[in-house]
Design a protein around this ligand. Structure first.
Ligand code: 1PZ
Length: 214
């Protein structure tokens, strides 16, 4: 199980992202957040150098879990119902963070942007040469995605931390899905599901003009 310590397997985490899309192309928040929790567990296994990243991500996951178990929990069943509810009830700050600094919409947007980085990073690992550097793949995918939303100081800290990443083969092994070759196959199977979740979310947010929430 992905949830047990010491028996971490990235395949199970990535599969969670498959299970969060319904037949009507809605994104279920429960499995979405469980997928995120799994990713953070994986991140933590890479060392304390990434704790500034996992802290921020965990805080956001926690905010969302609170909505999902709170008074309005039925509104937070899917991303679609959340957007509908928060937008219709004026619960989203659109100009600057003020009355609703931690809306579900702005919080998920941060995770959503990070999902784009993850997708590019894992795709880079999957298609990379055996001797390519994980840190370079990571930096390139970060610069092409998340970095655009981060101030200089965070970009700097992230880029320094990336240097601590192990070689491509070692990284593929940490995923715990078998040999590096097997990990590459697993990524090929799993990545389309991450892309799908990303695409549905991006479309939903674009429709409601939520892609620049402060
Ligand atoms: C395998 C190596 C993993 C490297 C992780 C790459 C991501 C680097 C991101 C560093 C940002 C962390 C510091 C916090 C930044 C926050 O300011 C922003 C915006 O939130 P706001 O300030 O507006 O509330 N937070 C984010 O952008 C969310 C970042 C989540 C990163 C999750 C990474 C998941 C890693 C999974 C690894 C398999």
């Amino acid at each position: 199980m992905a949830g047990e310590q010491g028996a971490f397997c990235l395949r199970e985490v990535l599969v969670t992202f498959q299970t969060c899309v319904t037949e009507r192309r809605e994104v279920l928040l429960g499995p979405y957040l469980r997928g995120w929790r799994g990713l953070i567990r994986f991140l933590n296994s890479l060392g304390a150098i990434f704790s500034f990243v996992s802290k921020d991500a965990l805080a956001k996951i926690q905010i969302m879990e609170n909505y999902c178990s709170g008074e309005q929990q039925e509104k937070y069943l899917t991303l679609q119902s959340m957007v509908q509810y928060e937008v219709a009830n004026g619960l989203v700050d659109t100009q600057k963070r003020s009355e609703h600094p931690d809306s579900g919409c702005r919080t998920v947007l941060r995770l959503h942007r990070a999902l784009r980085w993850l997708q590019m990073f894992l795709e880079g690992l999957r298609t990379g040469q055996e001797d390519s550097k994980t840190s370079v793949i990571c930096t390139d995918s970060y610069n092409a995605s998340l970095a655009n939303y981060h101030p200089w100081i965070i970009r700097k800290a992230a880029t320094v931390a990336f240097r601590a990443l192990p070689s491509r083969n070692a990284f593929l092994e940490i995923m715990n899905v078998g040999t590096p070759e097997e990990a590459v196959v697993m990524l090929g199977d799993a990545l389309p599901h991450i892309c799908n979740v990303y695409g549905i979310t991006e479309e939903l947010y674009a429709q409601h003009k939520l892609l620049d929430l402060p």
